[in-house]
Design a protein around this ligand. Structure first.
Ligand SMILES: [Ca+2]
Length: 223
């Protein structure tokens, strides 16, 4: 009968589970060694940790950097991720480094930025933070000059066309240029200068496009 057959099978299985087969097949020695095998340690993973205090405010044009402190008690390889990364910043998934230089067009608030770290099993998140990009504290410099009346050889200057102003933060690299096509002007205001020292030189340009030697540099510190 089916019922009785099932009962016999169950009995056999029960005796196997009791360990009798081990004795019958391998003898006492094997059983002893099996009893002495250390129990494998449970795979307990420790979640990674992450901390740090990102700078909340930066001025446009300045370099920004934040690297979270992260660790894992198991020595697991960590991978970082970010949500709502500012468009002007780069993010390194291996180190969690957030860095970049916001430009004038990036002035504003970048909110609810979340950096997380994962050890492959668990993820921990740094408290969401904001970065405010402030506009540069802008200054201006007014340059005044006497229009030249003579060429370098002493002859009368009759074909003055205008001026050029070269300026920059580094006196050796005056990378910005103002072209003034009006020979009648005798002053010019340069705006949007960030804080720090600026250096300026001028040239005159005649109608043939010939440019004079540069003037000696003048400088101004914007505070
Ligand atoms: Ca871990």
């Amino acid at each position: 009968m089916d019922f009785r057959h099932s009962w016999i099978l169950a009995t056999v299985v029960a005796s196997c589970l009791s360990g009798c087969w081990t004795d019958e097949l391998d003898g006492d020695s094997h059983k002893k060694s099996a009893d002495n095998d250390p129990i494998p340690p449970a795979e307990v993973n420790h979640a990674p940790t992450i901390s740090g205090a990102p700078t909340p405010t930066i001025v446009a044009g300045e370099f920004y950097e934040f690297i979270p402190d992260a660790a894992d008690a198991d020595g697991d390889v960590l991978e970082f991720s970010i949500a709502r990364k500012p468009s002007w910043a780069n993010f390194n998934k291996s180190t969690g480094r957030l860095s970049g230089t916001p430009q004038d067009g990036d002035v504003g608030n970048f909110t609810n930025i979340e950096i997380s770290v994962s050890d492959g099993q668990e993820t921990e998140q740094l408290a969401a933070f904001n970065i405010t990009v402030d506009a540069i504290a802008l200054g201006a410099a007014t340059l005044s000059w006497y229009p030249p009346t003579q060429n370098i050889d002493g002859s009368q200057l009759t074909n003055l066309a205008g001026y050029r102003i070269y300026y920059g933060r580094d006196p050796n690299v005056l990378g910005r240029t103002v072209v003034i096509d009006n020979p009648g002007l005798s002053s010019y205001v340069i705006e949007n200068l960030a804080t720090g020292q600026w250096h300026f030189v001028m040239t005159s340009v005649n109608l043939d496009g010939v440019e004079s030697r540069r003037t000696a540099a003048v400088s101004k510190t914007i505070t």
